[in-house]
Design a protein around this ligand. Sequence first.
Ligand code: ATP
Ligand code: MG
Length: 254
Amino acid sequence: MANEVPATRMISIRQMTKTLGTQQVLRGVDLEIERGETCVILGRSGCGKSVLLKHLIGLFQPTSGEVWVDGDEITKLRERQLGGIRKKVGMLFQGAALFDSMNVEENLAFPLREAGVKSEAEIRDRVAEALEMVDLAGEQKKMPEKLSGGMRKRVGLARTIVGRPACLLYDEPTTGLDPIASDSINHLIRRLQKRLQVTSVVVTHDMRTAFTTADRVAFLHEGRTYFHGTVDVLKKVADPIITDFIEGRSGDVS
Ligand SMILES: Nc1ncnc2c1ncn2[C@@H]1O[C@H](COP(=O)(O)OP(=O)(O)OP(=O)(O)O)[C@@H](O)[C@H]1O
Ligand SMILES: [Mg+2]
């Protein structure tokens, strides 16, 4: 196995490949993410962004390569050992994935009870604090069906941060939201980074999300990290594979 990672690094992906069925989805991804940094992952639909994210909490194991999270190489860990990683790394899934039969408070309390928090007072306080962070103070008793799409995302996010992870993964946090609700999520991602000093990985198609939240951007193309750098550098790149994506050009004419 290669050398360990420096202490300043939260995530290190090295020459990772992943074959699903007969399809080689990831063909050698390299990515380094520092502690406290927000890294935005861009790439065409189907290029493997969600698959990549799932490797960071051990929902997928790579076909080859290494995945380091907070100093541990996680690809060989067993399910039981992955529990520790999943406490450190919280994921906001593409559809927010709330329990529809539970109100907001019960949804947020669930991961705390799973993690063994016993004190009802502590659960109440931590739920209230997480809701306050996502601008939903006082919404404890609402049922998920009564929430708008933007509120559902924020409740999903509150449920992700209530366990105080060191690292947050967002899969398409603004998809399906109007521009104003998207803007509020973008600012929330920034605010949580500052308030909780979390490392964030944001998968998105939304260039506003990318430009508002990213410290650095990784662009995936044909299963590899095609570009990795700051937003300023990304905006100056003259490569049509990148500029067509940023400007939303398909190459079709009609
Ligand atoms: N569990 C799975 N089994 C088999 N193939 C899968 C599985 N999950 C994803 N794939 C395939 O891997 C490829 C990458 O999928 P992925 O969901 O990572 O794309 P994506 O970049 O997140 O796309 P989008 O932007 O549309 O969300 C796709 O071809 C998909 O069909
Ligand atoms: Mg996806």
